[in-house]
Write a protein that binds this ligand. Structure first.
Ligand SMILES: [Zn+2]
Length: 405
């Protein structure tokens, strides 16, 4: 390594130390980034597992080779993850202002610094199969392969997904928005549970601002989760039952053409059966108004929280902003459950208890003429819930791209 690269390596190591990474992990990570892949038997198992779990490294060649993931993607997604979950802000990270939460803003700055340093050293490497397939039983490795395949997209990404989903959502989302900004189209099919977990404003923002063409389908009508990228790569996610009470996600990336085409035609068929998420969201908003009405009259202290859960689902940070204790939260959850305003999912997320549940999809299918209202391009609420943003003209598309499904 020449002097300049050695100096950057030292600077990178110092930044990683500041982030609290262990010395052994730093040594291996910097070596992978700067010198390329290594055989797994050359490195301690624990260090390898930690780097993979952190999304900083992946495995390929049947798990025999360890390589560094693209540092720009991995560190940018870490910054995004922090901003989304700790500051309650959502969107492609480069579009987000500083959060005003100094802990989060510092972490973000440091991640950006690490990203730049590592990118300057990075010897390009990746785990995608040149031909045929690459399989893994590690959800972290699969998430990384998925992001790598998405980053190759030139025309279209399609996805079918259902809960549970892969880890490193930020890494995958970052890859998708990166390609969409370059003009790649993204069609996605999902289940009802996701609309609840993400919240209506977040779903609207994905559709109207990011430009995701989103449709919803009843869970019993499909199985499995997969991505197809330019009809070249197919990423299939499998739900692996590892023990009676423990499941994991594994899967494979393949370029086998017959298999890719078979999944592409399955996608086309499901896409026809699925319902435009804009219509479903409009119907859910009407039910949300009923839930808000109940909260307003029966439990006014719960009202702003319910509103935030409807709006932003699991991304809400209302409870932590209010500095509610866990005991208080569980008390309020219980109260809201008694009022049939909120409910908890099997994953422990608190979500709105929409009266019609999943059958709202059938209602939307039957009433395809229901006009979806264009939301406010600032808060992503329908106009009656917008607190008056100047850009929110009724016809205004503001910064949004047009979306057709
Ligand atoms: Zn607004």
């Amino acid at each position: 390594m020449n002097d300049a690269r050695a100096a950057v390596s030292r600077e990178l190591a110092a930044e990683l130390r500041e982030l609290g990474m262990r010395e052994v992990d730093i040594d291996l990570y910097v070596r992978l980034v700067a010198l390329g892949a290594v055989r797994v038997e050359e490195v301690p198992v624990r260090v390898r597992r930690r780097l993979v779990a952190a999304g900083l490294a992946g495995e390929r060649d049947g798990g025999t080779t360890l390589y560094a993931s693209d540092p720009r993607s991995s560190w940018t997604s870490k910054a995004a993850q922090a901003v989304w979950t700790q500051a309650g802000k959502i969107g492609p990270i480069h579009n987000l202002d500083t959060t005003g939460v100094s802990r989060v803003d510092h972490l973000r700055e440091r991640c950006e610094r690490v990203s730049q340093l590592a990118d300057a050293l990075f010897v390009r490497q990746g785990g995608l199969p040149a031909q045929h397939r690459s399989a893994t039983s590690d959800p972290n490795v699969l998430a990384l392969l998925t992001a790598e395949a998405i980053l190759t997209a030139k025309r279209e990404i399609v996805a079918v997904s259902r809960t549970p989903r892969l880890p490193h959502v930020a890494l995958i989302w970052q890859a998708i928005t990166d390609r969409m900004e370059a003009g790649v189209s993204y069609r996605r099919l999902t289940d009802f549970a996701e609309l609840l977990e993400h919240g209506l404003a977040i779903v609207r923002r994905d559709i109207y601002d990011v430009g995701v063409r989103l449709r919803v389908l009843e869970r019993e009508r499909y199985s499995g989760s997969w991505f197809i990228i330019d009809r070249k790569y197919l990423v299939v996610q499998d739900d692996l039952p590892l023990a009676a009470d423990w499941r994991s996600i594994g899967g494979a990336v393949t370029t086998e053409h017959a298999r890719v085409l078979r999944y592409a035609s399955r996608f086309d068929k499901l896409w026809q059966e699925a319902v435009d998420a804009r219509t479903v969201v409009s119907l859910l908003q009407r039910e949300a108004d009923q839930l808000l009405e109940i909260s307003r009259s029966a439990a006014p202290n719960v009202l702003p929280w319910v509103r935030d859960i409807i709006r932003a689902g699991k991304f809400t940070n209302h409870a932590s902003q209010q500095e509610w204790s866990p005991a208080m939260v569980s008390d309020l959850v219980q109260r809201a459950q008694q009022l049939r305003v909120l409910t908890t999912t099997s994953d422990g997320h608190v979500v709105p208890a929409y009266p019609s549940g999943e059958s709202v999809i059938e209602a939307a299918r039957a009433g395809a003429d229901i006009a979806a209202e264009e939301p406010c391009p600032v808060c992503w609420e329908e106009s009656r819930h917008c607190q008056g943003h100047p850009e929110a003209a009724p016809s205004g598309s503001g910064t949004s791209r047009s979306t057709t499904s």
